[in-house]
Design a protein around this ligand. Structure first.
Ligand code: SF4
Ligand code: MG
Length: 316
């Protein structure tokens, strides 16, 4: 998958396009039914754009996204509508997308109306059921968005995503705006709902501790690329990519006996308009070799289901 955003410059041979921000730059992965795949990386690494592109909230520049046998990017009309029901998104701040003049009940019934699910009575019943599942009270049905706390708003966001009975939920920083105590409530709720409705999650976040808690597998993104993917235990026990090693070294460990050194990366993240040649991480990598500047490493399976893109594992 690739998603480039054009950057406007003066009108010239490129028709006013100066260059491109390479937000998602050749990412490949699988999402298995029933699992939670966590996507982690610093802000600007392309993880949100990747989630939005898969849902067709923005058009891809290149690539394919298969849901079963169907390429989501080739669908239109009724088929696309069906996918839009099956795949829902939860955002960091659901409040910004809730109409302040509508009651919560109305807001939650809208997706059912859009997808022509049930009659008026059935929609109300379904909304009541979902509100109960996410821990809201019956009388909340008649309240307005501004009457809710951050945690409750995220419960509303979850109810709105789940009311149409989706298969896949892509959540983008769903707890980042919440207090730590509320974060764990929402994470627990996400896990309960996943078990009850057999949901598949793509969980995007910058906080690796949160991602670790909820994910079966984790993909690590840097500068628009997925540099490592592994089952959660495997990633934490044996991080292979130097970027992942640096990310994990900053996470506090529960056992003070097992001291570890924090790896401080030199330099800034390069601009996604002009990513480094060869390995995109070579400008900051403590292990960079000559080959890293010339050649982009290809992804290899270094251990069981543990994928990494780094020359250290291919060119010893
Ligand atoms: Fe570092 Fe080279 Fe591996 Fe890139 S390929 S992460 S620069 S060692
Ligand atoms: Mg983001």
């Amino acid at each position: 998958l690739k998603k480039y955003f054009p950057v406007k410059g003066p009108l010239g041979p490129l028709g006013g396009v100066k260059s491109y921000v390479k937000a998602v730059n050749d990412v490949s992965f699988q999402l298995h039914a029933g699992e939670t795949l966590g996507i982690v990386g610093e802000s600007g690494c392309g993880k949100s754009t990747m989630g939005r592109t898969i849902l067709r909230l923005t058009d891809p520049t290149a690539g394919q996204a298969f849901y079963g046998d169907e390429d989501i990017f080739q669908l239109s009309g009724k088929e696309l509508q069906k996918i839009r029901r099956d795949m829902q998104m939860v955002f960091q701040d659901p409040f910004s997308s809730l109409n302040p003049r509508k009651r919560i009940g109305q807001i939650l019934e809208e997706p059912l109306a859009i997808h022509s699910i049930g009659d008026t009575k059935e929609r109300t019943e379904r909304v009541m059921e979902m509100m109960h599942k996410v821990g809201l009270q019956v009388d909340h049905y008649f309240r307005y968005p501004h009457e809710f706390s951050g945690g409750q708003r995220q419960r509303i966001g979850l109810a709105r995503a789940l009311v149409v009975n989706p298969q896949i939920v892509i959540s983008d920083e769903p707890v980042s705006a919440l207090d730590v105590s509320i974060q764990s409530q929402i994470i627990n709720l996400l896990q309960e709902l996943q078990a009850e409705y057999r949901l598949t999650y793509l969980f995007i976040a910058h906080d690796i501790s949160v991602v670790r808690h909820i994910s079966d597998r984790i993909g690590v993104m840097y500068l628009g690329q997925m540099v490592e993917q592994a089952p959660t235990e495997s990633l934490f026990a044996n991080p292979l990519h130097p970027y992942t090693q640096a990310l994990l070294s900053a996470v506090p460990i529960p056992n003070p006996q097992r001291k570890k050194e924090q790896i401080i990366l030199r330099g800034e993240i390069p601009s996604p308009m002009n990513p480094p040649s060869g390995c995109i991480f070579h400008t900051r990598c403590p292990h960079a070799m000559d080959v890293c500047k010339q050649e982009a490493p290809s992804q290899i399976e270094a251990a069981s289901r543990h994928m990494v893109s780094c020359h250290l594992y291919t060119k010893p």
